[in-house]
Design a protein around this ligand. Structure first.
Ligand code: C2E
Ligand code: CA
Ligand code: CA
Length: 400
């Protein structure tokens, strides 16, 4: 798969004209233009879905830094390329900031833009083939959300977690998919946001947990029941009865809560009150594992982190993916591993896409890896197949 549609945001009409040609020559199907951040956001609000956004930094209205913040707030799913006339150190800092805010930055280039630099960035950041991954990022439809929760159109896809010492599948993360037709699935993010806004997020999580438990009964790794991770919205951590409801579902399916790890994103935790801590303690007492997801994107340090009863730390994929191109990402990964060791947490790295990343993380002592290199998120029957056949590439990785 290659890029289809770019949105070019720059206030300079001459640069826009030159760059439009370069982007089209690089093989993209179409390019739209915006003259500043406001214009770009208006186009996105009107339903435009570019898979690449090329962004200047210095623009008179709603500059690149503000645009990046707005893109992050709305969880822009495409790739972003920063092209600016600012000093290299400034561009670098903004790119880091953008990655920390969760954006998928494929490069930061100092003007003048050349064909080589553009092609290089596009090649490096080419969208990965997302087998079994959500195809559509259209806004969430409330009727579809209700159907998903109440009538079984909420499907867990399973992405393998792999032990980095033995190269064996060690478990899986369940990722929500919304079935639109029998073989088309919507991106979960807008539906999770809608469920959070309409107070249906507990219903969504519990419905998904029911289906996950039903499938996981049939899955085993190394002759043992398979460990599985489920994502939990921070909102559910403020609900007193949530741990009981979840435990009841898991146990009714014949599983043990100790088989299940609950992933909570780091960003929302730090300002949370005693009610959240209480829910987390009760989850641990029931036997659930607790994972701090997307670690590195919030503002945790060792003092703050050890206030929470976590059992696992999950290094965010924006860091994993950039360890070889960004010294800040590398430092973040290495610091996270040290921190997790100190707190005796299981360490998982997500977003492993190349054998080089695998080797680097295995050498650092990361316990488990997850990423497209080993396995895409798969529909339940395809995942059962993967457990049965194993992952062929893993032997080669181990020998490398
Ligand atoms: P997440 O929990 O950080 O999940 C990892 C995301 O990275 C998944 O996206 C997965 O498909 C993708 N991914 C895995 N390996 C790679 C890789 O090697 N490269 C790249 N580029 N991406 C990789 P997905 O499935 O679209 O899920 C997006 C987010 O939606 C999740 O991020 C999670 O925050 C949320 N989510 C998914 N299911 C649920 C759910 O049941 N409940 C809640 N509350 N949130 C969920
Ligand atoms: Ca997760
Ligand atoms: Ca994550």
């Amino acid at each position: 798969m290659s890029y289809r549609h770019a949105l070019l945001v720059d206030d300079d009409p001459v640069f826009r004209a030159l760059t439009e040609d370069m982007i089209l020559d690089a093989g993209l199907g179409s390019v739209d233009m915006a003259e500043d951040g406001f214009d770009a956001l208006a186009k996105l609000d009107a339903g435009m879905q570019p898979d690449l956004l090329v962004c200047d930094l210095n623009m008179p209205a709603h500059d690149g830094v503000s645009l990046i913040r707005s893109l992050s707030d709305r969880k822009f799913p495409g790739k972003v390329l920063i092209v600016s006339g600012e000093a290299a150190a400034v561009i670098d800092t903004v790119a880091r900031l953008a990655r920390m805010q969760g954006l998928n930055i494929i490069g930061s280039i100092r003007k003048p833009l050349t064909t080589e630099a553009l092609n290089d960035a596009l090649k490096r950041g080419a969208p990965a083939r997302r087998f079994g991954a959500p195809g559509s990022v259209a806004p969430a439809d409330p009727a579809v959300l209700d159907a998903a929760i109440d009538r079984g159109a909420l499907i867990p896809f399973f992405q393998a977690k792999v032990c980095m010492r033995t190269c064996q599948v060690s478990g899986a993360e369940a990722l929500a998919r919304i079935a639109i037709t029998h073989d088309e699935y919507a991106n979960p993010v807008p539906y999770i946001q809608l469920a959070e806004q309409t107070d249906r997020i507990d219903d969504l999580t519990l419905a998904l947990a029911r289906t996950v438990a039903h499938h996981v009964r049939d899955y085993g790794v190394n002759g043992e029941p398979m460990p599985v991770s489920i994502n939990i919205s921070p909102l559910s951590l403020t609900r007193r009865d949530f741990p009981d409801q979840l435990a009841q579902i898991i146990e009714a399916a014949g599983l043990s809560c100790t088989q299940v790890t609950l992933e909570v994103t780091e960003g929302h935790l730090m300002n949370s009150g005693p009610d959240v801590l209480e829910t987390m303690a009760r989850m641990r007492i029931k036997g659930f594992g607790l994972s701090v997801d997307d670690f590195g994107t919030g503002a945790s340090n060792i003092d703050r982190l050890q206030r929470f009863p976590f059992t696992e730390l999950k290094i965010d994929q924006t860091f994993t993916r950039n360890v070889f191109t960004d010294s800040f990402a590398r430092t973040a990964v290495e610091t996270s591993v040290r921190l997790a060791r100190e707190l005796q947490l299981n360490i998982v790295a997500e977003g492993i896409e190349t054998p080089e990343m695998w080797r680097y993380l295995a050498d650092l002592g990361v316990d488990e890896g997850q990423g497209y290199l080993m396995a895409y998120p798969l529909a339940p029957t395809d995942f059962a197949d993967l457990l049965w056949r194993g992952i062929p590439l893993l032997g080669a990785l181990m020998r490398a």
